[in-house]
Ligand binder design. Structure first.
Ligand code: NAG
Ligand code: NAG
Ligand code: NAG
Ligand code: NAG
Ligand code: NAG
Length: 374
């Protein structure tokens, strides 16, 4: 799927693949043992029921905490799908490995979507970094676990923690030696997981970059309303026939635009490509949005927050003053970060990597990592 994608974008971008990295993909069983909230959500029988659930959950009488009916134990391994890349011309493993966590609606191909402009991995390997991207639990070629109970933010954080520990010990794959430094980069939901990781395990990361993210959840309902909660299997039976009813997606490319893109700062062909390879999301993952602690008082490494200027889900369409300044809590989430920095990427929306000038944002990220992680 990622390959088709790259191939068709190449037609748009003939100069692509100049710095093609050396990559391989693999699966690994990742163990997670944790307690998660149990949600009293009845299984959706059809898209009318899932849509009613959405409108109910954003209505003025909604009480999401009343949905939590107890706790459940998770104690098992999940199959996770990975892609590792390193610079083509490197004789030994790079010192810094960047672990890339994608957001809702995408799979790991968010990080090397196509060509050179929409290719974070190419930009990172061209600067001498190795990268590890992966499909989140419940996405793409990772295990399609139970979307009503198992696929939650705390589970994703536990999985990222285990991945990071294995990497540090050189045990995720025989072909990946332990890097000197691990940097974690997230987009949107992947930033939430990355933030949760360093709040709970401040020693597992040597630097964090949170893209398409903030600590102000005021605008999350706008995002959810753009998405809509249609059953994935009825939205696209060809791709999602075998998905459980707890896997949801949005209706069409315009809903996708509403949530992730700011017009006219993107190529409509890129939006159409992204719609064609979109990934469903799990209901319990959205419900558990606020169930991991984010305050990271003991994280002393560098933190960069960077989002598109007109990001809707995390900035309400204008990021001015959201990351720093009197109305922002973000600097207090990372009081010991050295340094804490933020950047607003001009002329871009939420899906930072898929807007024009994405490579401009990549350069800001790599300059930050180069200056502060060593
Ligand atoms: C929301 O539900 C919880 C749990 O059932 C309850 O304790 C709380 O009082 C409710 N809040 C409101 C505003 O109704
Ligand atoms: C998880 O399962 C393993 C073996 O199946 C068991 O040894 C271990 O005690 C369990 N851990 C928890 C926290 O339940
Ligand atoms: C979120 O942003 C709004 C509008 O700028 C502001 O009033 C509010 O205090 C912010 N909340 C948090 C938790 O940062
Ligand atoms: C931070 O570290 C201190 C001292 O080790 C510890 O007491 C505290 O619980 C930690 N805080 C968090 C949020 O992990
Ligand atoms: C592209 O991004 C860079 C880095 O943020 C920025 O300096 C530049 O102004 C951007 N160009 C446009 C046309 O938005």
């Amino acid at each position: 799927m990622a390959i088709l994608n790259v191939a068709s974008l190449l037609l748009l971008l003939p100069a692509a693949l100049a710095n093609k990295p050396r990559c391989f993909e693999f699966d690994h069983q990742i163990h997670a043992s944790l307690t998660v909230p149990k949600f009293g959500v009845p299984e959706f029988g059809n898209s009318y029921e899932s849509t009613a659930f959405l409108t109910g959950s954003v209505s003025r009488n909604a009480n999401l905490s009343s949905l939590v009916t107890g706790q459940a134990q998770i104690n098992r391994s999940f199959k996770i799908h990975f892609q590792y890349c390193e610079p083509e011309k490197c004789t030994r493993a790079p010192d810094v490995l960047q672990v890339l966590s994608h957001g809702v609606g995408f799979d790991h191909s968010y990080w090397d979507f196509g060509g050179n402009e929409y290719n974070y991995i190419n930009s990172a390997t061209a600067k001498g970094y190795a990268t590890l991207s992966y499909d989140r639990l419940g996405v793409g070629r990772s295990e399609l676990a139970d979307p009503y109970s198992e696929i939650q933010v705390p589970t994703q954080v536990a999985i990222l923690a285990e991945i990071s520990s294995l990497l540090k010990a050189g045990k995720l794959s025989k072909k990946i030696s332990a890097p000197k430094k691990l940097v974690h980069v997230g987009h949107s939901f992947g930033s939430l997981i990355t933030n949760g990781l360093v709040a709970a395990n401040p020693t597992l990361s040597d630097g964090v970059v949170l893209t398409g993210f903030s600590h102000n959840t005021s605008w999350t309902p706008l995002f959810e309303l753009c998405l809509g909660f249609e059953l994935a299997k009825s939205n696209n039976p060809r791709r999602f026939r075998s998905y459980d009813s707890g896997y949801l997606t949005w209706g069409n490319e315009f809903d996708n635009q509403c949530a992730f893109y700011t017009y006219p700062f993107f190529d409509t062909r890129v939006l159409r490509e992204a719609e064609g390879v979109k990934a469903p999301f799990a209901i319990s993952e959205l419900l558990s949005f606020a169930s991991v602690p984010l305050a990271a008082p003991n994280f002393t490494q560098p933190v960069l927050m960077i989002s598109g200027q007109s990001d809707l889900p995390f900035c309400g369409g204008d990021c001015t003053g959201v990351f720093e300044g009197p109305a922002s809590v973000s600097p207090f989430v990372f009081p010991a970060a050295s340094p804490f920095a933020s950047y607003i990427q001009p002329n871009a929306g939420h899906a930072l990597n898929l807007h024009h000038n994405a490579s401009g944002a990549y350069d800001v990220i790599h300059a930050f990592v180069k200056e502060h992680v060593h």
